[in-house]
Design a protein around this ligand. Structure first.
Ligand SMILES: [Zn+2]
Length: 253
């Protein structure tokens, strides 16, 4: 991780992660979490264990929240509180609806991305020698809408990183590489598979079943890791890591 200027104006500097760094860190978090109880990372990762993981690292976790005050399609909110662990709330309609389990799992891991990779930014004291600069009170609440939970093409680097972490936790890199590699070997495929092809659909289906994720979450993860080839090079999949270098916009309010 290196520090770069934050063009959103939220901090003076911000962390810039390469995707491989996030993959490595996420797998290390999971390995450490599961070693005492399971010895290794279970696949798929049970939702109850993901809940235990987030509960460990926040002061208050509410999976049945009413987030209507933040607007339509808001599925998760992480509130950063200097001096205390963050508070995470997830829209109640996700946790208690079996048909929305995949969305609940992706929102849970997305919010965990904020908790794990962004909380420390809010712990740094404001002052003249402050590298990051502490955001105003109103900026200490990260509001996450449905369309940015998995991926975002806009340059909200916090959303981009949390979206990547979501995929990296639900589909840990070593297991995913093993699965996709086995698929390629069985079918004699070398290199990325064309998106939209029958083989791409078969690979997405396999990943979806193995890791208990939606087809969209599997597709995005496979694209980011280059197991699938994008049809449209203008999509966010091929944006530079966490949007560095693209024009800035303000984060969603
Ligand atoms: Zn978010």
């Amino acid at each position: 991780m290196r520090q770069v200027r934050d063009t959103t104006g939220r901090f003076a500097l911000r962390p810039h992660y390469q995707p491989a760094e996030l993959d490595r860190e996420c797998e290390a978090v999971l390995a450490q979490f599961f070693r005492p109880s399971h010895g290794q990372i279970p696949v798929p990762i049970p939702t109850d264990d993901l809940t235990r993981l987030i509960e460990r690292d926040v002061s208050d976790f509410d999976p049945g929240a009413d987030l209507a005050e933040y607007g339509a399609d808001v599925e998760g909110v992480t509130e950063f509180r200097p001096g205390r662990k963050p508070r995470v709330r997830i829209a109640g309609e996700l946790a208690y609806d079996e048909r929305r389990q995949n969305r609940y799992r992706t929102t849970l891991t997305h919010e965990y991305g904020h908790v794990r990779f962004h909380s420390y930014l809010f712990e740094i004291e404001s002052g003249s020698d402050d590298l990051f600069g502490l955001p105003a009170q109103r900026d200490r609440v990260q509001v996450c809408k449905r369309e940015t939970i998995l991926d975002t093409r806009v340059v909200d680097w916090m959303e981009w990183q949390a979206g990547y972490v979501c995929g990296a936790l639900l589909m840990p890199i070593s297991s995913l590489r093993a699965s996709a590699g086995a698929f390629q070997e069985e079918r004699g495929i070398f290199g990325p598979i064309a998106s939209g092809s029958a083989e791409a659909m078969a690979l997405i289906g396999r990943v979806r079943g193995k890791f208990c994720v939606s087809a969209e979450a599997a597709r995005i993860r496979l694209l980011k890791l280059n197991f699938l080839a994008a049809q449209d090079r203008g999509t966010s999949i091929f944006a530079p890591a966490d949007g560095a270098g693209l024009p800035s916009i303000s984060r969603p309010r």
